[in-house]
Each structure stands twice: as C-alpha cells, then as structure tokens.
Design a protein around this ligand. Structure first.
Ligand SMILES: [Cu+2]
Length: 188
C-alpha cells in the first residue's frame, strides 16, 4: 500500500466519522425539540400567558401585597386566595392556612431576590421573581401540614428559609373566615 493510498483511506475514515457525529447531533437536536413540543402541547407546561408586575421596593406601602392583605381569604364564590411574599430569608406569612377540597389560588411575589415556593409531596412549585406576580392554582384533598422550603438559592441564609402549609377542614376554615379578614397559622 502506497503512502498516497493510506492518506486517501484516512480521509475517508475522517469523513465517515464526521458524518456519523453530525447525524447524531442532528438526532439529539430533533429529539429535544420533540420533547419540548410534547411538554408544551400535551402537558401544557408553558410560561404564564398573563404577566403581572409589581414594584418590589413598594410592596409594603400600597397595593395587593401590603402586610394587612397577606394570608388567606375566602372569596364570595367559595374559592380561596392566598397572598404571600418571599424575602431573604422567610416567607410572609410563614405558615399558610388553607382549607381542604377547595380551589385555591396562590399569588406571591418577592421583595428582594429570586426565591421559590415548593410544597412538599405535591406538584406545586413556582418561582418568586421580584417585580412579577406568580400565580399558582392548587387544591389539597387531605388535611395536614406540608413543608414549604424556598427552592431557589437566594444567598447565605437560603437553607434556613422554610415555610409551612396547614390544610384544615373546609367547614372549620369557613368558620374562621367569618371572624377575621386574612388567615394564616403563624404562631400556632
Ligand atoms: Cu429564598
């Protein structure tokens, strides 16, 4: 075999190898696009269609997230709205009180950096981004306590940022809702 033949052979092997890897990378890209399409269309995991903004520096002064408006409220249609704030390094309220077997809307935002709300043992998981309102629909079938850690690293105190969700009987919640405006289980 001459040196020229060996050179041709080497070039042929290189070409084949390159083509194989190019095909593989195209397959990977197509597979990822298909996975993204399935997630978006079939499982409806999409970014929120409605973007609501807030001013994180003025949350405590006026508007929806003033301290007196945080907590759970029973709406006239029987549903419950929970409003909460995440800040370094706690949630306000630190214990969310909600009824079982009731559609609940969680509305939350951050007063400083990006935090996250995750309710253990459920698929409830949302980010709290300063300047934006995160809305998450939820429903609990059984009563009990759930841990609610911050799931987004938010600086040195992150590991100590824990909240709780207490799910109570629907009738009991309705009874409590009669007496006071915004409910929570802080200090209970
Ligand atoms: Cu946090």
């Amino acid at each position: 075999m001459s040196a020229q033949d060996t050179g041709h052979q080497g070039a042929e092997i290189a070409r084949r190898t390159e083509r194989r890897w190019a095909t593989l990378s195209v397959i990977i890209i197509v597979a990822m696009a298909v996975i993204a399409a399935i997630a978006g269309i079939h499982r409806a995991t999409m970014p929120q269609a409605r973007v609501e903004t807030t001013d994180p520096s003025r949350l405590h002064l006026s508007g929806e997230f003033v301290e007196s408006n945080l907590g759970s409220v029973l709406e006239s249609n029987g549903a419950v709205t929970v409003r909460a704030i995440g800040q370094q390094y706690s949630f306000t309220p630190a214990c969310l009180l909600v009824p079982a077997e009731t559609p609940i809307t969680l509305r939350a935002t951050s007063a400083d950096v990006v935090h996250g709300i995750l309710i253990q043992g459920t698929n409830i998981n949302t980010m709290l981004v300063p300047g934006y309102v995160s809305e998450q629909l939820m429903r609990f079938e059984r009563t009990g306590d759930y841990l609610m850690p911050c799931q987004e690293f938010c600086s040195f105190g992150h590991e100590g940022m824990w909240g709780k969700v207490r799910v109570i009987d629907k009738a009991k919640f309705a009874e409590l809702a009669k007496s006071s405006g915004r409910l929570s289980c802080v200090g209970q």
